[in-house]
Design a binder for this molecule. Structure first.
Ligand SMILES: [Zn+2]
Length: 459
């Protein structure tokens, strides 16, 4: 095929630099968020790029300025569409902690710098370039059997209610698809001399809970060891120390066993036992030395509960009658809200009044599909010797929304990192200081994404 990848790559780097210069910080926590995001500016830039290339574009807003862009290149319609998803909003960036301004879009040291470089304006830029290329006739390229749709959405960083969840609720036909490719996956990760490409097949559910404790109100001059605040403090302390029960899911078992297979001994033997419920706690406590790795594996194996907002009395000399803590709970696939509340109660005690503030179920897509095999093969072809592995993320992505329409969702926003630069790895870039993407790794990602889309299986 006569594709000039140097030119296409330059276009993609330029488009991403433009997007990184647009401040789309989303400070919201999930509500109306009128003054957040300003995704309309980034959506306008994408829309003009796509329209110039002859691609159909439509936009949708639940709240003014919080724009969602839908672009579509039509196939023959024999198969249901393939959806590419990227959120346009980003998390805050503390400029004083960065080496380059967070909205510079500068190329420096071989990297393109800016908040959103890997989370995830790179996917917006690559996807827009792929659609622009598809709208052109390329000699020898087979006809698309599916529509290829790009959803560049608002508000993911605050829970997607003005973005993908709104599209799914109010404009389902715009985003209906058999498969969605989006966060989080297809970034290279280096471990013991091996390269892995995690592909998200699963993400945990959300169960935000307010736990309230009651006690006798009274005068602060006569302390009460059973006061609401003291009970709350004891319960929070237990929650901080205790690991919740281990429930290894099929996806996590597969991730751990495929990871272990490619590691040297003794890491291989230790890791293989991680998904045995009787051994998991011991391995997490004693065999995994790196605290970040321990927390990451721990979150894959159990429901988790992080106590984050504490509220008690209002006056220093008054013992309050109640005190509460808001807990960010994350649930594994297969675990219900009631299962989670029972585990929480077992740790916090019977006197904790538990009220669910918000919940969403976990998402899981089988990796046993023609599409998953195709994505893994595409990565292996572009990076011989590397190992694509299905995995579960503990966090939240737009997959939560598309899963409601029965779409099979995979994390596939390809980027290749340089193993020699150990300080620039995906996990540190994601919401971290000095977020940046290797320019060569982005060019590589564009080719991988193009082939993933144009070679997508018919079954
Ligand atoms: Zn993201």
């Amino acid at each position: 095929m006569n594709i000039d990848w140097k030119t296409e790559g330059d276009t993609c780097v330029g488009l991403l630099a433009d997007l990184l210069r647009i401040d789309t910080v989303n400070r919201g926590t999930g509500g109306e968020g009128k003054d957040d995001g300003h995704e309309n500016v980034a959506a306008d830039r994408l829309a003009s790029f796509l329209r110039e290339a002859g691609v159909e574009v439509r936009t949708f807003e639940k709240v003014k300025g919080r724009t969602n862009l839908i672009a579509r290149v039509r196939g023959t319609g024999e198969r249901a569409p393939l959806l590419l998803n990227a959120h346009l909003d980003v998390v805050e960036a503390d400029a004083s902690a960065w080496r380059r301004p967070p909205f510079s879009g500068d190329v420096h040291e071989g990297y393109l710098w800016g908040r959103g470089a890997v989370d995830m304006k790179h996917m917006a830029a690559m996807s827009a370039c792929v659609l622009a290329m598809l709208s052109r006739d390329v000699e020898g390229r087979p006809k698309l059997t599916r529509d290829v749709v790009l959803a560049a959405v608002a508000d993911e960083e605050a829970g997607s209610r003005l973005g993908s969840l709104y599209l799914v609720d109010d404009h389902a036909d715009e985003v209906r698809a058999e498969y969605m490719l989006g966060e989080v996956g297809a970034f290279s990760q280096h471990l013991f001399g091996q390269t892995f490409y995690p592909l998200q097949v699963s993400e945990k559910g959300i169960c935000w809970v307010r736990a309230t404790f009651s006690g006798e109100p009274g005068h602060g001059s006569m302390p009460d060891p059973e006061s609401a605040v003291v009970k709350l403090a004891r319960a929070v302390s237990r929650l901080g120390k205790k690991r919740m029960p281990v429930h290894p899911t099929a996806a996590v078992k597969r991730f751990v066993s495929e990871l272990a297979e490619h590691l040297p001994s003794p890491q291989r033997h230790v890791l293989k036992r991680l998904t045995l419920p009787a051994a998991a706690s011991f391995i997490l406590d004693y065999a995994i030395k790196d605290p970040a790795q321990r927390r990451s594996f721990g979150a894959m194996l159990s429901n988790t509960a992080s106590p984050n907002v504490v509220a008690g009395g209002t006056k220093i000399n008054v013992i309050p009658g109640s005190a509460s803590v808001e807990i960010d709970g994350r649930t594994l696939p297969g675990q219900t809200v009631d299962d989670f509340l029972a585990e929480l109660r077992a740790v916090m005690g019977e006197d904790a009044g538990l009220e669910v503030v918000w919940s969403l179920p976990a998402v899981e897509t089988s990796p046993d599909t023609a599409m998953f095999r195709h994505l893994a093969d595409t990565l292996r072809r572009h990076h011989p010797g590397a190992h694509p592995v299905p995995y579960m993320i503990p966090g939240f992505t737009d997959a939560k929304a598309y899963d409601r329409l029965g779409t099979k969702c995979y994390g596939f926003a390809p980027v290749r990192f340089d193993p020699a630069h150990t300080d620039v790895v995906f996990s540190k870039m994601f919401h971290g200081h000095d977020e940046r993407i290797p320019v060569d790794g982005l060019r590589w990602g564009l080719r991988v994404l193009y082939e993933a889309v144009t070679g997508a299986p018919d079954r």
